[in-house]
Ligand binder design. Structure first.
Ligand SMILES: Nc1nc2c(ncn2[C@@H]2O[C@H](COP(=O)(O)OP(=O)(O)OP(=O)(O)O)[C@@H](O)[C@H]2O)c(=O)[nH]1
Length: 248
């Protein structure tokens, strides 16, 4: 009985119009270890900040959003951190693959970590080499701007470097300011949405589609289920908070 009532109530409403996303925007986030790549991606896609630290092996996050009135799927590839070594830098294969796969690249350093800033030039060179004629748009993010007392990279150095590399620059704090993080990613998405979609782009983006685009056999397959991973990390963060509260 209740079911029939509910059904008649539903029938009174017009059928909602669902817009089917017709575009996939693929973004790779690269930088040194511990600079906040995961925190930035999660902040952008969920508005939340995850304070726990877990070294990541490179997860793919996906979300449907509106960009300039158009429904699009945004896929953000988080990557393991690159490291400075005695012989230069060590870049995990996953990073190179992600750059090949991506429509745009977000370079990240932490203002508290000088070495992460020094890595940026070489990571940018990697993007230039990998992109070749298909050089993707790049933005530079300086993260952890809230940690004023730990700052090791002067605030003028980021914009100067971005000017040299020819990319946009944003100083942000994943922990303190959602709007800054969202603004940076969103502007990049708007820029990409204005470009004609690559031939391989579709709602069912796939490793093979990306292969066509960059002609590389080394394309990372999306690691799924990424929303499951997010939920697990939220639970961990929440239970840590509960523990802290109960122990006070
Ligand atoms: N204070 C502050 N801490 C941050 C910020 N962003 C990230 N963190 C912290 O920095 C640590 C590293 O953050 P992650 O997002 O895991 O860094 P990552 O670059 O993904 O690290 P890897 O997986 O090792 O490459 C975590 O403890 C975060 O909570 C920020 O804007 N401010």
């Amino acid at each position: 009985m209740r079911l029939i009532q509910n059904m008649s109530t539903i029938a009174e409403y017009p059928t909602p119009e669902y817009s089917v996303p017709n575009r996939v925007i693929k973004i790779a986030v690269i930088g040194g270890s511990g600079v906040g790549k995961t925190a930035l991606v999660v902040r952008f896609l969920t508005r939340r900040f995850i304070g726990d630290y877990e070294r990541n092996a490179g997860n793919l996050y996906s979300r449907e959003v509106q960009v300039d009135g158009e429904q699009v799927i945004i896929q953000v590839q988080d990557t393991p951190g690159a490291e400075m070594t005695d012989n230069g830098i060590s870049v995990p294969d996953h990073v190179t693959c992600s750059v090949q796969w991506a429509d745009a690249v977000v370079l990240v350093y932490s203002v508290t970590d000088r070495r992460s800033f020094d890595l940026i030039d070489q990571l940018h060179q990697l993007v230039v080499r990998t992109g070749g004629a298909n050089m993707p748009p790049v933005i530079l993010l300086a993260n952890k701007a809230d940690l004023l007392h730990l700052r090791r990279v002067d605030s003028q150095q980021g914009p100067l470097l971005a000017g040299t590399l020819g990319c946009s620059f944003y100083e942000v704090s994943a922990s303190e300011d959602y709007n800054q993080v969202h603004g940076a990613f969103h502007r990049l998405c708007c820029q990409l949405a204005k470009q004609p979609p690559p031939a391989s782009s579709s709602t069912q983006t796939s490793a093979s589609g990306a292969t066509e685009k960059r002609r590389s056999p080394l394309i990372p397959r999306p690691k799924s289920p990424n929303m499951q991973d997010l939920k697990r990390r939220f639970k961990q963060a929440l239970s840590a908070k509960v523990r802290t509260v109960t122990s006070v």
